[in-house]
Write a protein that binds this ligand. Structure first.
Ligand code: G4P
Length: 533
């Protein structure tokens, strides 16, 4: 039995102050704007527009994500830590494009809750649907922000119906808008019966909080809202209270219901309620399941797992950063941590965190925090770090890719660099690389077609290697193994032309069609054909 449980209240207090969450939304719903306003509300930045300005400045000086710039999409996940109301918030961005589901899945393993943003003029969109499906699989609590109330919107009740129907989650309005579009006046809070009123600054066209009044203060109400607005608001409150049940934190934490907040990120309205709600009701880091046991965040010994590796964040240094989610214990600068897979200890002096695109060396880290450590190529996604115990977190599976192409090098002298580049990108989880047993070709496997373009672009910009693709006749693959070594060898001998090794040297079976795969699975009952590694 491991005796490292600590009930040190000071330590528990630190953990309870952490909120680690991801923003999920359809592109253009306002994720960047919301992030920026969060940083603004937490006083990390002092001027709106900083993130967007930074974004373009960063692109201009470093083109390691040139493809993002060209296509206007986000293909990587960034991590930002900021403090708000004496709490530490770790915000993990998720890629907006539908082709990056595996990356998104990994990010969702590292968070304790999600913030879903819905554009009120579009309601539930496809990408949100897909992302929420993954979040629901993992039973992650979801907070919802309905954005862009200053535009023409769908009827609010219709949006909530849409969420309940399409995302199969109950809605619990925590706030309610007063008006919309040009007549958007403010927000009513169900939980404290207060109204936050916004007024337009006609010089900037922006809205500002002018007044917070209590619903029972009828004199102020009449001063700021006309009689029609007041009667609509009273009707709405009545309708919501009779139609939706009250917020139940247990159901929220189980992922069964989502508290709904309304606002306009661009105008900085309604977002303070979201942050306050996240702190009041959002889960703090509790535990993660490892292969051998449940690991509580309150345990004294450090444990954490790698959910993301990003290569070439700084092109000049060709560095690679592994992002570790701390599960238990404390990171202290200079500590010796045990890399479970390689069974080696290493001293970590330069773990970083990330604020608004900048990195900072940190002295301490607590459960829920995301720390970045430099990797020399030995760290892989899914790796566990501890203080010596051989636990392994089981959070991050690898999915079989859906599309396959053979990569062709343009300049044969660059073979070594190509192999290095492919190895690094595969370790980052951008794609899978397969080496067939029968020839020297290199097959790439991806989950979304766009990843093929990302690979070529990154090989070109980060490794100066030009490559192209040829089609293959591969339609699906399975990782294979068997308890019976003799029979496994027999299978290999009979099917060697359809076998390859992946970048971790695990053997896979290639099939030209699902029909053929089914026949093979039927024929070789003693072989395990695995869809998830
Ligand atoms: P994303 O990261 O989810 O892709 O969305 P982003 O924040 O970049 O927002 C997409 C567009 O929606 C931006 O406009 C942004 O200004 C706008 N937007 C975000 N929140 C609101 C809101 O509350 N009200 C209104 N009316 N618009 C909002 P853009 O024209 O594409 O870019 P920009 O020129 O404003 O940067």
């Amino acid at each position: 039995m491991i005796k490292n449980i600590t009930l040190n209240t000071k330590y528990l207090k630190k953990i309870k102050k952490r909120r680690t969450f991801a923003i999920i939304s359809h592109p253009d719903s306002g994720k960047t704007t919301v992030t920026e306003k969060f940083l603004f509300l937490s006083k990390v930045i002092h001027q709106s527009g900083t993130i967007k300005a930074k974004k373009s400045k960063k692109y201009a000086k470093s083109d390691w994500m040139e493809i993002e710039k060209k296509r206007g999409i986000s293909v990587t996940t960034s991590v930002i830590q900021f403090s708000y109301a004496k709490h530490y918030l770790n915000l993990l961005d998720t890629p907006g494009h539908e082709d990056f589901s595996e990356d998104t899945y990994r990010v969702l393993t590292a968070v304790d809750s999600c913030l879903m943003i819905i554009d009120a003029s579009k309601s539930v969109e496809t990408r949100t649907k897909k992302l929420i499906k993954v979040a629901r699989l993992k039973k992650i609590p979801i907070i919802t922000f309905i954005n862009k109330l200053d535009r023409n919107t769908y009827e609010f009740i219709k949006i909530l119906d849409d969420i309940e129907k399409k995302l199969k989650i109950f809605c619990v309005p925590m706030t309610w808008p007063i008006g919309s579009g040009k007549n958007f006046k403010g927000i009513f809070n169900f939980y404290d019966n207060k109204i936050i009123l916004y007024f337009k600054d006609y010089s900037t066209e922006n809205l500002h909080i002018i007044k917070v009044i209590s619903m029972v203060d009828s004199i102020s109400l009449k001063k700021y809202l006309n009689s029609h607005e007041i009667s609509v608001l009273l009707e709405d409150i009545d309708l919501v209270q009779s139609y939706y049940h009250k917020f139940n934190q247990k159901n929220f934490l189980k992922g069964l219901e989502t508290p709904i907040f309304f606002g306009s990120a661009l105008n900085n309205s309604g977002l303070k309620n979201v942050l306050d709600g996240l702190i009041k009701w959002g889960p703090y880091p509790k535990y993660r399941i490892s292969k051998s046991r449940k690991i509580n965040s309150t345990e004294k010994n450090f444990t954490g797992f790698v959910f993301k590796i990003q290569a070439n964040m700084n092109l000049k240094h060709h560095d690679r950063v592994a992002f570790i989610r701390i599960v238990s214990g404390k990171y202290i600068k200079g500590m010796r941590i045990f890399h479970v897979r390689t069974k080696k200890f290493k001293i970590i002096n330069n773990a970083m965190n990330f604020i608004a695109g900048e990195r900072f060396i940190i002295n301490k880290g607590y459960p829920g925090d995301i720390i970045g450590v430099y990797s020399n190529g030995n760290i892989k996604i899914g790796d566990t770090f501890t203080e010596g115990e051989s636990v392994e977190f089981t959070e991050i599976p690898k999915f079989t890719p859906d599309f396959f192409k053979c990569i062709i090098l343009q300049d044969s002298l660059k073979q070594k660099t190509l192999l290095r580049g492919l190895k690094q990108l595969a370790e980052e989880g951008v794609m899978h690389v397969f080496r067939p047993i029968v020839n020297n070709s290199l097959i790439l496997g991806v989950i979304g077609q766009l990843q093929f373009d990302v690979v070529l672009e990154r090989l070109k910009t980060e490794y100066k290697v030009l490559a192209s693709y040829e089609n293959t006749n591969i339609s699906c693959i399975r990782w294979i193994n068997s308890d019976n070594i003799k029979l496994l060898e027999k299978f290999k001998n009979e099917n060697y032309s359809s076998l390859a090794y992946d970048h971790d040297n695990v053997i896979v079976y290639f099939s030209p069609s699902t029909f053929r795969l089914k026949t093979i699975i039927k024929k070789y009952k003693y072989i395990n054909f695995l869809k998830i590694k």
